[in-house]
Design a protein around this ligand. Structure first.
Ligand code: ADP
Ligand code: MG
Length: 386
């Protein structure tokens, strides 16, 4: 039998001709609720999942960094003395960007102890499960150990974000890295995107007899870049007109006033963010007071808000949600930035196969591409594996 862990070690040995000394891993994540609230300085509630990216490493005596992945045939080499955010590209910008970013958080220059590093993973790429945060968090922990830089996990999340923003060039928030680094078994990470305070919240899915089904529509985020930018612009315009720093500062009580001050489209964008922040807070409270089987309506309300007010859903995502609810899910919503990607369905364990089959059938009836569905389990955050 092969598994990701041992395949990482054998992949390392094959690639470099010597064995790895240590192994780290970082999980992908699912966002339970709180969509497009991060850049409005609001709240999110993601969890780390049971699909992980492994990083095997062996220190070198010189200042060379060599990175390889089962993902790509080439091994990328750079002298750490020459490492800049601008001179990395392709997939290696993730691990090498993390190496550069650690330097930014530890006095400005990259530590020069070299390493051979190899990556292998069962987090699917581009399915909305943040394979990018998984590789960043595993690499950040590995290099933090190698270089004895002693950065805490919250700082390592910012290291991952800086790598992604500056070395990869993707303008992402800090949610994914926080989930991957701070996640715990059967728990979500309740993150305040303004203060960056994070709190681990027990989810209790398994004791409640619930599982999370991911339905990947396989619709690529075709309008994602333009759509994301225009939604951000609407949120910024709304905040400006309402005289607040960020939409985080607008409560539900101000929505009537906001309707008078904003054009219809901007108002609906604002209403999504304001109500979504409230739904994250309500979800956390409901989990604590009533348990996981009481959050279904909040998930559905989140989807409706993204579909009708924020207008970032697509017919495939709406159908995934509808078919899951029809087959017995307690709640379902699209997850991630929108315009494609995956939906999640919180489902009684004995309805999981029915929910998966219902999605497949509904997609076939609608002549959509066949979806891929699987379950995910809230799992431990990034860790050293040996
Ligand atoms: P996702 O939604 O999966 O995070 P992104 O586009 O943000 O999608 O990140 C995916 C990119 O991260 C890949 O195209 C690749 O460059 C890099 N990546 C992820 N996992 C690996 C891996 N195991 N090995 C090498 N690169 C990886
Ligand atoms: Mg990503």
């Amino acid at each position: 039998m092969t598994d990701v862990r041992s395949d990482t070690l054998s992949g390392f040995a094959e690639r470099y001709g010597h064995t790895a000394l240590s192994l780290w891993s970082g999980p992908g994540r699912v966002n339970l609720i709180g969509e497009h609230t991060d850049y409005n300085e609001g709240f999110v509630l993601p969890f780390a999942i049971d699909r992980r990216t492994f990083v095997a490493m062996r220190p070198r005596q010189d200042s060379l960094a060599r990175v390889g992945s089962s993902f790509a045939p080439e091994t990328v080499e750079i002298d750490l003395a020459d490492l800049r955010a601008e001179n990395v590209d392709g997939w290696s910008a993730y691990p090498l960007g993390v190496a550069w970013a650690i330097g930014q958080f530890t006095g400005g220059s990259v530590p020069t102890r070299g390493f051979d590093l190899y990556v292998h993973s069962d987090v699917p790429v581009g399915a909305g499960l943040s394979s990018s945060a998984a590789i960043e968090s595993a690499t950040a922990l590995a290099l933090n150990d190698l270089w004895e830089t002693d950065l805490d996990r919250r700082t390592l999340a910012r290291v991952g974000q800086l790598a992604e923003n500056k070395a990869v060039g993707a303008p992402t928030g800090i949610m994914d890295q926080s989930a991957s680094l701070l996640g715990e078994t059967d728990a979500g990470v309740f993150l305040d995107c303004r203060s960056l305070d994070a709190e681990v919240i027990g989810l209790g899915f398994e004791p409640a007899g619930l599982a999370v089904v991911v339905i990947d529509t396989r619709v690529s985020h075709a309008h994602a870049t333009g759509g994301y930018a225009s939604r951000r612009a609407s949120c910024e315009a709304g905040a400006r007109t309402l005289g607040v720093e960020a939409l985080r500062d607008v409560g539900i009580a101000r929505l009537d006033e906001a309707r008078e001050m904003l054009d219809d489209e901007t108002f609906r964008r604002v209403r999504h963010v304001v109500t979504e922040d409230q739904r994250v807070l309500d979800t956390v409270r409901t989990l604590r007071e009533k348990g996981a089987d009481a959050i279904g309506e909040l998930l559905v309300a989140s989807h409706v808000s993204m579909r009708d007010d924020f207008e970032i859903s697509v017919p495939e995502l709406d159908l995934a949600v509808e078919s899951a609810l029809g087959a017995g899910a307690m709640g379902a919503r699209m997850t991630g930035g929108g315009f494609g990607g995956a939906a999640i369905a919180l489902t009684p364990i004995d309805r999981v196969e029915a929910v998966r089959a219902a999605a497949t059938r509904a997609f076939a009836d609608a002549s959509f591409r066949e979806p891929i569905s699987f379950t995910v389990v809230p799992s431990a955050g990034a860790r050293r594996e040996d």
